[in-house]
Design a protein around this ligand. Structure first.
Ligand SMILES: *Cc1c(COP(=O)(O)O)cnc(C)c1O
Ligand SMILES: [Zn+2]
Length: 478
């Protein structure tokens, strides 16, 4: 088929049966209609996947064919950095998908940060997902889950959140006025930037006395009892939208596959979605090689690291050894261990997408590392000094890339993409404390986290309110 014909035939209509939900457990394999609302398999309780009958979908024959979509930016669907790739996530018809302009993000070559990581010039790229309308990558997945919710006639949507999921859901609800947002947050562990968004956008905000893992358990119970649509990343449609982060990375690299994708790991939705994106692109013959995947935990919330690197938990063709997982969680309970890191967006000990992430690590020859809060904040300061900046959790990717470079696992000549998941302004408390001249302020916010120094602090210069003194200070410091 000629390219122009392909473009015309990509009418974005979804015929019934081309998309369905499928249980991740190969011994079960239950299939479910796309219109059903579930967060787990009815038969065996495993996670659900969105799957397609690709033979019936007019997927372009080359990834570069997607470049034509840019010429149709006047169409909201082609303006969206998610729906521009609709043919690669065709679970909903075009007239039912929701967009608020998500996915207009940037892949920036960042040599200063690359130098810090230990890479040759031109080899580090930062994928700025903080440029999304609500300020984090979550919009990529939320527009997809929200579209599915709309498809099923939902009137209310809920999530438990460390902050960005709730900000994103609240935004989609307020912009479209299609649903009421109900968000569950833990106590004291949400940054003001994120909370302020949910409150201003008008979400019903339920603050429970517990942490994120507690809030997650409750929101699943409540949404089941009340029939409220759940948009946490346990929702398989979220991950469909998040695949497009990788499509845009490839697009920015002129469809060349990088050597490494490095991403922070919290609930492991992103890493799972990225793996699924590459599995499908390979299956469709749209790429001929696959990047390696590095998932970076915070040291204070390192379940994936412990299970994958220390206890050798593997995908094992869809049958990972869940006794290992249960045993680890029992140990956490026995120690009364709670996730604890300055990177609140990844402060999660029971990642819901663990199994899907194992599939991604398997397919992308993955590695998992953990980094300390000190390493995260130093990397964050470098990202800010050499680029647009990010929130603490995002900087785990850069700290992780540096660690892997020091270990010799990443080579200086490798082409590395670090995903910066959230905007610099999401969590200013940690940033200001890091750069503070006031050691009491520094210790109050960071001391309890084991952060003892701010190697890259850019401190404000205090001067008396006198012209001579001000001029002397400027000449001394610039
Ligand atoms: C949600 C979030 C993460 C964690 O992503 P997962 O897909 O849950 O692993 C990381 N960084 C930021 C800024 C986030 O909002
Ligand atoms: Zn099942």
């Amino acid at each position: 088929m000629a390219d122009t014909e392909l473009a015309r035939n990509s009418s974005l209509t979804v015929k019934s049966g081309i998309a369905y939900q499928k249980c991740l457990n190969p011994l079960c394999g239950a299939m479910l209609d796309i219109g059903q609302v579930r967060t787990a398999c009815d038969r065996c309780g495993d996670l659900l996947d969105v799957d397609y009958d690709w033979s019936r979908i007019p997927v372009p024959s080359r990834l570069s064919d997607f470049e034509q979509m840019w010429s149709k930016r006047y169409e909201p669907l082609r303006f969206s950095g998610v729906w521009r790739f609709h043919e690669l996530l065709p679970f909903a018809p075009a007239d039912k998908v929701v967009s608020v302009g998500e996915g207009q993000t940037l892949l920036q070559q960042a040599d200063c940060v690359g130098n810090y990581v230990g890479l040759n010039s031109g080899r580090l790229h930062l994928q700025y997902e903080g440029m999304n309308p609500s300020g984090s990558f979550k919009d990529n997945g939320m527009c997809a889950a929200f579209s599915h919710a709309r498809l099923t006639g939902a009137k209310r949507a809920a999530c438990a959140s460390t902050g960005n999921t709730s900000a994103s859901l609240a935004m989609y609800c307020s912009v479209t006025q299609m649903m009421k947002a109900i968000i569950f947050i833990g106590s004291g562990k949400i940054s003001y930037g994120k909370l302020s968004q949910a409150l201003e956008y008008g979400a019903l905000t339920v603050q429970i006395a517990g942490d994120f893992d507690d809030a997650m358990i409750r929101v699943r119970e409540v949404s089941k009892d009340l029939g409220i649509y759940l948009v946490n990343s346990i929702n398989p449609f979220r991950l469909e939208g998040q695949k497009t982060v990788m499509f845009r990375v490839l697009e920015a690299l002129r469809w060349e596959v990088p050597d490494w994708i490095v991403v922070p790991g919290g609930n492991l939705g992103n890493s799972s979605a990225f793996g699924k994106a590459f599995i499908e692109l390979k299956q469709l013959g749209l790429i001929d090689r696959v990047p390696r995947l590095a998932v970076i935990n915070a040291a204070g919330a390192d379940t994936l690291y412990q299970l994958y690197e220390r206890r050798n938990l593997r995908w094992n063709e869809g049958r990972p050894d869940f006794a290992t997982v249960c045993h680890y969680y029992d140990e956490l309970d026995a120690r009364k261990a709670k996730a604890d890191t300055i990177a609140s967006a990844i402060e999660i000990n029971r990642p819901v997408n663990l199994k899907k992430c194992l599939r991604a690590l398997d397919f992308c020859d993955g590695v998992v590392r953990k980094v300390t809060d000190q390493e995260i904040l130093d990397a964050k300061a470098q990202v800010g000094a050499g680029g647009i900046g990010c929130e603490p959790a995002s900087a785990a990717s850069v700290a992780g890339a540096k660690l892997l470079r020091e270990e010799g696992i990443i080579a200086p000549s490798d082409r590395v993409v670090c995903v910066l998941t959230g905007h610099q302004l999401k969590d200013p408390t940690a940033t200001v404390a890091y750069h503070s001249t006031d050691m009491d302020k520094f210790n109050e916010v960071l001391g309890s986290r084991g952060v003892s120094r701010a190697s890259f602090a850019n401190r404000a210069v205090a001067v008396p309110n006198e012209l001579d003194a001000i001029i002397r200070a400027i000449q001394l410091y610039s």
